[in-house]
Design a protein around this ligand. Structure first.
Ligand code: 4AD
Ligand code: MG
Length: 460
């Protein structure tokens, strides 16, 4: 008999004489004449209740159907007497596929998120993490749907690269050179002998290759893993995270902000529409204001404010911040959160940042001081999107490379785009995990990644 997922069994339009379900036992209760098993297979948050009569020939196997055990059950799907679910299964056969015993770490409910991180190999079987990872999957599909509906072309940009797109020096080196052959100082190593004949790294961003494709296919996006050896142990930074980076030819900063804001809204709306059970769970157990906040975000336009005005608002706020506010300095997450949570009380797009604090590729504004950059900030998290219009003028870009002390030889192909058929173009990066945190209310990035990589931690 073919297996039915619990999700489909529970939404069956009518009773069934024969059904087979397979999954893991959440709980078992033994009464005199029968046992109840709550079965979960991860296809949905809900369990299905199985009634196993003591007169069944398989009933002797019930002793092994402990919490955590994998079981396979055939029987009849019948209307449930209980008030919480529509259908239950009256078992005819029971097979214990994989036993479990009292040492199973997910025995009881209500473990802390810290503890569950230590058993990241088992936590997907909990209600919370099952929900997080179902929503993560759905969100990834929604990303592709959003772009496909607007005729964006999906480009697979490389993971191994020779350039540091963001210029922040947070690179993981990729090498096959024997560690013993390495001398003490990295500067003395001749990487021309290395596998690729030059220094290579895990990419921090797919933007530069995405620009190449935008300058040929018009509207493109890349969606892949990115890596940053940033030694900051915060709840919002991971060393390996996924980023979605659209890039549009013939598009300026306005168009870029429009796309970013509509993208964020689209993703929220999709999950609210398609994952109501998971959203209710998050609202109940993770963040009580979640659904109200997301509805608020969907119902209103985002605020837009220039960096200069944002700094003025912060300076005049009368608020004491841990990091001082000053024109020319990066906005810290406490500043970003003040703007979205206390001042505007909604997502806020900050644009036109000082050129000194932004990477080389951003387009210089006419004021000589700022670049056409934009960040989308959201309550509870801060920056969720970072993007810009790109410098499309050859002489200007050359000057930016010099200013940032970057070697033009490394960027010859990037410069060529400015030489041959250069066009205004713009794009941004949305942090996939930060978006997931915003949608689920989960406050630590480690809890929205299957197996998080953070400084000092690469278990599993
Ligand atoms: O602002 P960032 O550094 O922008 C770029 O990388 C550009 N090249 C994107 C582009 O224009 N195509 O990163 C973009 C987003 C941030 O807004 C944040 O959401 C996320 O990526 N992000 C991180 N997420 C998790 N852990 C980290 N360490 C992150 N660093 C950035
Ligand atoms: Mg940024």
């Amino acid at each position: 008999m073919k297996r039915t997922l619990v999700k489909h069994a529970l939404s069956s339009p009518s009773p069934m004489d024969e059904i087979k379900v397979q999954g893991w036992v959440r709980t078992r209760r033994d009464a005199k004449a029968f046992s109840f098993v709550e079965l979960n297979d991860g296809s949905t948050l809900k369990n299905i209740q199985i009634i196993i009569d003591a007169t069944l020939s398989d009933y002797e196997k019930i002793v092994d159907a402990n919490t955590g055990a994998a079981v396979s059950i055939t029987g009849k799907l019948v209307a449930s007497q209980g008030k919480n679910q529509s259908w239950e299964i009256v078992a005819e056969t029971l097979e214990v596929v994989g036993k479990s015993d009292s040492s199973y770490p997910l025995q009881k409910k209500g473990h802390s998120q810290e503890y569950l991180r230590e058993i990241a190999h088992l936590r997907p079987r909990s209600n919370l993490f099952g929900s997080v990872f179902r929503v993560r999957s759905r969100l990834a599909q929604a990303v592709h749907r959003f772009f496909d509906e607007q005729d964006f072309i999906y480009v697979h940009t490389p993971i191994i690269t020779a350039s540091d797109c963001e210029g922040a020096g947070e690179l993981f080196r990729v090498t096959t050179m024997d560690q013993n052959a390495k001398s003490e100082s990295d500067a003395l190593i001749d990487y021309s002998n290395d596998f690729f004949g030059k220094s290579t790294y895990l990419t921090v961003s797919g933007q530069l290759p995405a620009e190449v494709f935008a300058c040929a296919l018009s509207n493109v996006y890349t969606f892949g893993p990115t890596f940053r050896a940033e030694n900051s142990n915060t709840s919002r930074h991971a060393s390996e995270f996924w980023m979605i980076e659209p890039e549009m030819a013939f598009c300026d900063l306005q168009g870029d902000m429009d796309l970013a804001e509509s993208f964020v809204k689209y993703l929220i709306q999709d999950i609210v529409n398609t994952c109501p059970e998971e959203m209710n769970l998050f609202n109940k157990f993770v963040d009580k204001g979640l659904q109200e906040r997301l509805k608020f975000v969907l119902d209103r336009p985002f605020q837009r404010v220039s960096y200069t005005d944002a700094v003025d608002i912060l300076l005049q706020s009368g608020e004491t911040f841990e990091y001082p506010v000053a024109y020319g300095a990066n906005l810290q997450s406490e500043h970003e959160r003040f703007l979205t949570e206390k001042h505007f009380k909604c997502p806020t797009t900050v644009y036109n940042y000082p050129k000194e604090i932004k990477p080389f590729y951003m387009r210089a504004n006419d004021d000589g001081k700022t670049v056409a950059a934009m960040d989308v900030l959201v309550p509870g998290i801060g920056e969720i999107v970072g993007g810009s219009q790109r410098e499309e003028r050859e002489d200007q870009l050359q000057a930016h490379l010099d200013h940032h002390k970057l070697n033009p030889e490394d960027y010859w192909w990037y410069m060529d785009l400015r030489k041959y058929g250069s066009v205004p173009h713009s794009g941004f990066g949305l942090g996939f995990e930060r978006m997931l945190m915003f949608i689920t209310g989960v406050s630590n990035i480690r809890d929205v990644i299957p197996f998080a990589r953070t400084p000092g931690s690469a278990e599993f």
